[in-house]
Design a protein around this ligand. Sequence first.
Ligand code: DON
Length: 304
Amino acid sequence: MDYQAVLDEVAAYARPFVRQGEVADYIPALERVSPDRFGIALVDIDGSVYGAGDWETPFSVQSISKTFSLALVMAHAHDDEIWSRVGREPSGTPFNSLVQLEWENGIPRNPFINAGALVVTDRLQTLTGDASTTMLHFLREESGNEDLAFDQAVADSEADHGDRNAALAHFMASFGNLENPVPSVIEHYFWQCSIEMSCRDLATAGGFLARHGLRTDGSRLLEAREAKRINAVMLTCGTYDAAGEFAYRVGLPAKSGVGGGILAVVPGRCTLCVWSPGLDRRGNSVAGAAALDHFTTLTGWSVF
Ligand code: DON
């Protein structure tokens, strides 16, 4: 397959969708990004890298970090403990919704909504003593980009407008579902979300999901069954209350973020990352979803 030709065609297809939707503004520092941006990267399982558009421009990873925090918890613990504290069913509610938590006794539906990611971050904090630095170092190693960093302005902006996440964390703490103090958990969560990466960096760093758990250097991060489980939860929960629609259109495990990025996996073949800041009302990139939809149409590479 001529990957470069496919990406060029996908980028051309997605162009009319760029600028559709709204750039996230509930975290004011995210609003600075131009809605005109579009990039896509593909990294095959041998590490060959292809890209089109703004594929080397860093952006805020936001909720895509939730994929890596779950992977790091599994890699450090290799046990099922996390699944007694967070579920693995689609929520059908917005990513920062509070309503289910009371009915479900402080156990979030899945690790990819904010409440679930706070529990995962809490577990990573217990396992490593420094959840956000552990993630940054892992992402630097896996992407091969030593310059990756937290974006202080974004982390501060999230903290300044973080009442919703703080409420989720306090509510779960009241059910005994956090091991660490709420201020520390939300701080590490905000730092993780603020990391800046390009499509190239993210597609490279996510390669272990396509390689059934093997890292860039060939060593094992996760058992194959653990990588399968993360991919399964990405498919069913990675794009929030649009996960069904996304599976219908694209048919790949994927994780989106309000920075406009979407990381997608073709298990056994390649990892993709697409970025365009205009979001639909559920918080997923409009042009990004269109691009991945067209990618699976052109290649026939969905998981179905
Ligand atoms: O906690 C938040 O609201 C953001 N840091 C992350 C949310 C997010 O990316 C949801 N994605 N679509």
